[in-house]
Design a protein around this ligand. Structure first.
Ligand SMILES: [Zn+2]
Length: 232
């Protein structure tokens, strides 16, 4: 029970209504002796965490039709992010620049000169890319890499019937190859350095071994085994 102790009479009808509402709310309220604390109602533990907040925000959002790129843990973030942006069409290929009114010339691929430079062309359709993928397939002893889109390319490792270790390796190798094709393309466009496909592939091997043997959970891979892709 509450004993009210007003300084003046309540004559304003709005205030009277407010007080009545307040009394109705307090009717079933029990005040305990326990210390006050904050609780996070959406979680059964009543504890707040960033995860609980994320689950709350996502609870009513259907993201099942959204593409989420598989991150590769043994290659650096810069390579993962490059592929993530590539798949979204956010890297500055000539077609992307033209669509944003940055480039006024013909958006033709600088490597082959035969088609417009989209991400799917540069990383799949271009003859430079197809020779790189052929070399990578032979080296990794997997069926010929074949894709229509960058998204297909990023999912190829999942379709392979090989050990988990080899799947992880191939996932990263494909991403490093895309990164190196982009670097070779930029070196050609901005520094006039000729594109050498065997150099792209040898850099994929060297960087791949360096990162796989230092950053993955499989640290025992020898350079010779990596080059001949045995024991994978
Ligand atoms: Zn091309």
């Amino acid at each position: 029970m509450f004993q009210w102790n007003w300084k003046e009479f309540l004559i304003n009808p709005d205030l009277v209504a407010d007080v009545q509402q307040l009394q109705a709310m307090l009717e079933n309220t029990q005040v305990s002796e326990a210390e006050d604390r904050w609780v996070w109602l959406p979680d059964s533990s009543r504890e707040f965490s960033v995860k609980a907040a994320r689950l709350l925000i996502r609870a009513n959002v259907d993201i099942s039709d959204r593409y989420i790129m598989d991150w590769c843990n043994w290659i650096p973030a810069k390579v993962n992010i490059h592929l993530w942006r590539t798949e979204l069409g956010k890297i500055p290929t000539k077609v992307t620049l033209k669509n944003r009114n940055v480039l006024l010339d013909d958006p033709v691929c600088p490597l082959c000169g035969s088609e417009e430079e989209t991400v799917d062309h540069l990383f799949i359709g271009c003859h430079v890319a197809s020779v790189v993928w052929n070399g990578i397939s032979v080296w990794c002893k997997i069926p010929n890499i074949f894709a229509f889109t960058v998204r297909d390319l990023l999912g190829i490792f999942k379709e392979l019937t090989v050990s988990d270790r080899k799947k992880e390796a191939v996932q990263g190798i494909i991403m490093i190859a895309c990164w190196n094709i982009w670097r070779a393309r930029n070196n050609f466009v901005f520094a006039n350095k000729p594109v050498k496909i065997d150099k792209i592939i040898s850099e994929v091997k060297a960087l791949g071994h360096f990162w796989f043997s230092n950053r993955s959970k499989y640290k025992d891979i020898e350079w010779g085994d990596w080059c001949s892709f045995v024991n994978m």
